[in-house]
Design a protein around this ligand. Sequence first.
Ligand SMILES: Cc1cc2nc3c(=O)[nH]c(=O)nc-3n(C[C@H](O)[C@H](O)[C@H](O)COP(=O)(O)OP(=O)(O)OC[C@H]3O[C@@H](n4cnc5c(N)ncnc54)[C@H](O)[C@@H]3O)c2cc1C
Ligand code: SF4
Ligand code: SF4
Length: 405
Amino acid sequence: MTARAPETIAQVVEHGLCIGCGLCQAMAPDRWQMRYTPQGRLRPAPISQGDDTDILAACPGAVAMANPDKTPETDSVWGNFHTVTRAWAGDPDVRFRGATGGVLTALGMYLLTSGQAKFVLHCTADPDHPMQSPWTISTTPDQVFKASGSRYGPSNTLAGLEIALARNEPFAVIAKPCDAGAIRALAQSDPRIDTLIVAVLVMVCGGASDLGKSRAVLNEFDIDEQDLTLFRYRGFGNPGPTRIETRDGRAVEKTYLDMWADETGWRIQSRCKICPDAIGEAADLAAADIWPGGSPTGEDAGFNGVITRTDQGQRLLDAALADGALKQDQTLTPRDMDDFQPHQVRKKHQVAARLRGLTAAGHPVFRHVGLRIDDLDTGNIAEEHGARERAAQGRFSEPFDFDSD
Ligand SMILES: Cc1cc2nc3c(=O)[nH]c(=O)nc-3n(C[C@H](O)[C@H](O)[C@H](O)COP(=O)(O)OP(=O)(O)OC[C@H]3O[C@@H](n4cnc5c(N)ncnc54)[C@H](O)[C@@H]3O)c2cc1C
Ligand code: SF4
Ligand code: SF4
């Protein structure tokens, strides 16, 4: 059966292809507004009817693409790159506060202090709903600093993209790999992307949970979401604890290993299970964890694996190292990355079979460009049948409904 791409935003959502990036709201705010569903997913709610062809040309539920740059190095699993290094933020406070070694935060701050960018589009904890992670524009290094740390729930960073572009000033984006893919796809029709965005920086990404994962943590401690003053998923150490604080002065913590011990409770969104680029091939630079074997054995000082994917990304890394905003101590190889990220290697090999299974079940799937998904296909029949079966059971289907707030 031939794969077909979704033809409407409704099809993207209903077939589990939406990741809630917010691009549709940015491109057509009169037609789409991001809302939380009862399941705790950010999805576009329809406001009015219209032609969504332009959105579907960049929506991560309809297309995924690598950046088009030629690079000196390439690897079948890890894709095109300039260098892979072990690095961390030069400022010990940034390193401590960041999710891993604070590289993304340090680069965002450096781009502002060096004058290369006027602001950074990324996401941060909502002060009124600290479990949520809406898009934000940081114009000062301190704002970037305060938004550091991984947020393991929905984030709609690209909902701010049009507002960012309309400022007509150079800016950087820190986001997920799928967001970077949407930016690359949009660059094909919107010349402002290549003119105004000085760097697209991403984290390597194992998948975004819906808010049900965070609600389960609150339930465990018998805490109401409305009582929260802090929901920090990670950071303040590497990996740092998940820390929750309430208005009445309670504070509870869970270690990273406790937080992620039971995979059945991760509530990872379906787009993530078929993600063709969770390793930042669309970005200028990607930052990762580098725990041997793929998980931490305790806390450490914070070390990122940094993959530069374009000339722009390599120049930024070199300049930040020269400035002292970043420090590095060793070169890594794609095989080192295999050891640090075994789940990413498995996924890269499994995606083709899963997409085949969905296609066989009659589901639309995204187009993928330059991500070697077919080359990495191992012809895994069990994966293909599993995806087909899950689709038949409705596990790749979502209702189109919304919370009233
Ligand atoms: C959902 C999720 C899954 C991840 N899975 C993996 C994995 O499988 N392997 C791996 O190596 N690393 C994974 N990470 C990345 C890792 O946790 C670190 O983010 C990464 O190493 C960068 O660390 P840092 O110290 O440079 O980041 P920091 O300096 O702390 O900067 C983090 C930046 O990312 C932005 N951000 C945080 N959360 C989100 C989000 N959900 N969506 C968009 N932007 C966000 C913040 O605004 C901030 O600017 C994941 C992160 C997330 C959010
Ligand atoms: S993936 Fe992004 S652009 Fe596509 S429908 Fe979902 S929120 Fe909109
Ligand atoms: S796994 Fe892929 S689709 Fe899911 S949040 Fe990460 S980059 Fe986006």
